[in-house]
Design a protein around this ligand. Structure first.
Ligand SMILES: NC(=O)c1ccc[n+]([C@@H]2O[C@H](COP(=O)([O-])OP(=O)(O)OC[C@H]3O[C@@H](n4cnc5c(N)ncnc54)[C@H](O)[C@@H]3O)[C@@H](O)[C@H]2O)c1
Length: 341
């Protein structure tokens, strides 16, 4: 790991800053002294950024990620030095129903952002593009864990959109343009601030805490790897720190997971166990049967071997600890929301 990089006063642009990972990353980098600038499409105060009072301490710019003129202005006026591109349409169900919207945001958004980087390259030290494990597509259990050198073979709309952006980034980091870009393909991320309640952890936690009934959408057998958002934001920072001033890293792709696949069923059971709602879970257990989902990959997990080899980085938070912190956060957030309504 390099020790030279200093976040204090660094001009950092985060796209998708009002989202789950963006909010956590803004909080982390702000605490390190960075000047965070965030692009937000919707002025939704229903987010970690507002709930934890971060929004008022960073600079927010309203606009759409496909608005290249806006991006050009942001780069020029804000003297951006480091970029984390997180803005995306992330809901798999929405992607299936509205592929066009997903292509627009996830693919066009990526090349608009990367063009703005290219045209403002003098100041820019590091660009991290959030791809996803979904970009790999379906490889089957016997080929897990995913390795960074696997060809991308996705089929489903969200997965394809992430793979396209991932490859476009490769073009900009190639010797043709030589931009300091790294792509991350992380597994499922969970933790405080995830408010996409179509995802299994937010949905089941909300229900276990007494805000609705949990209805399984599948047979619960799908295997996913879950990494804690606190670990992820630290890793994002480590990648950017190492990329700055090190052109040899441009074009690298990094997976990060815990190498521990968990079934949706096991995750939901854990949520109900931590919240002391085992009896409630016994009823849910009967509802999993015979619900097969179409349009989602069956088994995905990955190691952290390459980030360990390059940066000496490993995830620190066990699933049990991460889930307890996550559930505590939802407890506070949901009760504050109830008081407001
Ligand atoms: N959450 C995960 O498990 C996970 C795992 C791997 C990769 N990722 C990637 O990390 C990134 C962030 O994911 P997240 O979980 O924080 O999602 P999120 O939905 O919480 O955040 C995405 C943000 O992007 C914004 N956005 C969407 N369309 C936009 C547009 N057209 N213009 C400007 N902003 C727009 C949304 O308003 C939102 O604030 C995504 O690129 C996602 O693909 C997420």
């Amino acid at each position: 790991m390099t020790g030279r990089f200093i976040w204090q006063g660094k001009r950092v642009l985060i796209t998708g800053v009002n989202g789950f990972i963006g909010g956590n990353l803004a909080k982390y980098l702000m605490q390190k002294g960075a000047d965070v600038i965030g692009i937000v499409r919707n002025i939704s105060e229903d987010s970690l950024l507002y709930f934890e009072g971060i929004a008022s301490r960073i600079k927010l710019i309203h606009g759409d990620i496909v608005d290249k003129e806006l991006l050009m202005r942001v780069f020029a006026e804000e003297q951006v030095q480091c970029v984390f591109h997180l803005a995306a349409q992330v809901e798999v169900g929405v992607a299936r129903a509205y592929p066009y919207l997903t292509w627009e945001t996830n693919i066009k958004g990526a090349y608009c952002l990367l063009e703005a980087v290219r045209e403002n390259r003098e100041n820019i030290e590091a660009v991290v593009i959030a791809s996803s494990d979904k970009a790999y597509g379906e490889y089957g259990k016997d080929k897990m864990p995913y390795r960074e050198d696997y060809p991308l073979i996705p089929v489903y709309p969200y997965d394809v959109s992430k793979a396209c952006a991932d490859m476009i980034a490769r073009s900009y980091s190639s010797p043709l343009y030589g931009l300091p870009i790294v792509v991350t393909r992380f597994c499922n991320i969970y933790g405080p601030g995830q408010l996409n309640f179509s995802a299994v952890i937010p949905d089941s936690t909300r229900c276990a805490l007494g805000y609705g009934e949990f209805v399984p959408r599948s047979d619960g057998s799908q295997l996913r790897d879950y990494i804690y958002v606190g670990d992820v934001v630290e890793l994002y920072a480590v990648i950017a720190e190492n990329l700055a001033g090190n052109p040899g890293l441009a074009g690298e792709v990094f997976n990060a997971g815990t190498n521990k696949p968990r079934s949706a069923r096991g995750v939901v059971e854990k949520v109900f166990e931590i919240t002391g709602q085992q009896e409630k879970y016994e009823k849910i257990e009967k509802l999993w049967a015979d619900k097969k989902t179409i349009g989602e990959i069956d088994c995905q997990y990955m190691t952290f071997d390459k980030v360990d080899e390059f940066f000496g980085w490993k995830p620190k938070t066990s699933f049990d600890t991460g889930m307890r912190e996550t559930i505590d956060w939802y407890r506070k957030y949901l009760s504050a929301k109830r008081e407001l309504t």
